[in-house]
Write a protein that binds this ligand. Structure first.
Ligand code: NAD
Ligand code: IPM
Ligand code: MN
Length: 365
């Protein structure tokens, strides 16, 4: 191939920054990368060592210009997890993970909730067609801005405040994202999404809740084809366990979104099965499994790589590689059906073997 042709071929390839991070991130991300390659996706990878080891070695969390570099040089970022018992302050996770979400303004945390096989759901009588919803979590403000402070620390008069920051712009764009999401993302059975449920705690947190309520009403009115609904977050948790069939698109703030997506992961077979994207349309976006670094099981080849692999599929779909994405998803479906999985979801394979099984299935397709 001529050097010019080689350059053209290369430039058609999407560039993926890979940050495996800590704990089981180091085990599941290599499997996701291998599966992407097996699917024949036109991508090239560059790995970064951001995480606890690097921080403990040289004090760096994010190298100078790190976020600008990711935005400039890459089409997407594939991330594992951050969190290490040796870093008690969790400062590296805050600066790397929340840094990417906040500083790159990845305002939509998209967390699909899908049951791939009835055997994975702890609820009786619930089948894959019954669990097919998505949580759209505001990802850049709320209580995670960490605004607040501690006064008179260590005295009997100590005061700690933790502010909940909700901007008109921030609330409006995630609610609009949820409404637009319905247009572009059908349900697994092919039927269109048309219900958006806003979840808050406006009966107690009236200032922030009031803003969410007003904006939801206004933006919802622009989408007559969408049925708008509301639930308080406590009631929603109960409904999610009682009858997950009723949900389609849920939009909520950063804190409630964090909690309800771990609950929702429980419906899918646990944290090892849940995928997510951190998206700002038109900008370099970041994709990561919902789970954390799981220190107690790290380094033992037992972590479930399917959440990371489904995350890779989500990333490829986002990058316009629908064919490669669905090849990966079909292979995960098949592996679950054949019980070629890790132990957390009833199989007997290790992390590497489960990932390898997916890669082999894809190669045979
Ligand atoms: P966790 O998600 O790491 O683990 C919760 C439970 O789920 C554990 O029992 C764990 O063994 C299990 N689990 C998680 N992923 C699994 C997988 N792929 N396969 C099998 N089992 C799996 O959450 P945690 O224990 O609350 O937190 C551990 C560390 O991870 C903390 O430092 C936390 O801050 C961090 N964390 C990071 C992220 C992230 O980087 N996105 C997300 C959540 C937690
Ligand atoms: C997640 C995690 C993070 C969050 C933590 C590690 C800050 O729990 O991605 O769900 O709360 O967003
Ligand atoms: Mn979480």
């Amino acid at each position: 191939m001529s050097p010019q042709k080689e350059d053209q071929r290369k430039s058609a390839r999407k560039r993926i920054a890979v940050i495996a991070g800590d704990g089981i991130g180091q085990e599941v991300i290599p499997q996701a990368v291998q599966v992407i390659q097996a699917a024949g996706a036109a991508v090239e990878f560059a790995a970064f060592d951001w995480g606890a080891d690097r921080f403990l070695r040289d004090g760096t969390t994010v190298p100078a210009d790190g976020f600008a570099m990711l935005a400039r040089d890459f089409d997407a970022i594939l991330v594992g997890a951050f969190g290490d018992p040796r870093v008690k302050t969790n400062i590296h996770a805050m600066e790397i993970l929340l840094g990417m979400r906040f500083k790159m303004d990845l305002y939509a945390n998209v967390r699909p909730v899908r049951l791939l096989d009835a055997a994975l759901c702890p609820l009786k009588g619930v089948e894959p067609k019954d669990v097919d919803f998505v949580v759209l979590r505001e990802n850049t403000e709320g209580v995670y801005t960490d605004a607040g402070g501690v006064f008179k620390q260590g005295t009997a008069d100590e005061i700690a405040t933790q502010e909940d920051i909700n901007t008109r712009k921030g609330v409006e764009r995630i609610i609009r994202y949820a409404c637009e999401y319905c247009k572009t993302h059908a349900r697994l059975d092919g039927s269109p999404r048309n219900k958006v449920l806003m979840c808050d705690k406006s009966n107690a947190m009236t200032h922030a809740g009031g803003l969410w309520q007003r904006v939801f009403k206004e933006v919802g009115a622009e989408y007559p084809q969408i049925t708008t609904q509301h639930m308080y977050v406590d009631a929603l948790c109960m409904q999610m366990v009682r009858d997950p069939r009723q949900f389609d698109v849920i939009v909520t703030n950063i804190m409630f979104g964090d909690i309800i997506t771990d609950l929702a992961a429980g419906l899918q077979g646990g944290l090892g099965m849940a995928a997510s994207g951190n998206i700002h349309p038109g900008r370099t976006s970041m994709f990561e499994p919902v789970h954390g670094s799981a220190p107690p099981i790290a380094g033992k080849n037992i972590a479930n790589p399917f959440g990371a692999i489904l995350t890779a599929a989500m990333m490829l779909a986002h990058l316009g590689m629908a064919k490669e994405s669905s090849r990966i998803e079909s292979a995960v479906f098949e592996a679950v059906r054949q019980k070629k999985t890790t132990v957390d979801i009833g199989g007997s394979l290790g992390t590497r073997e489960a990932g390898q099984f997916i890669s082999t299935l894809i190669a045979r397709q």
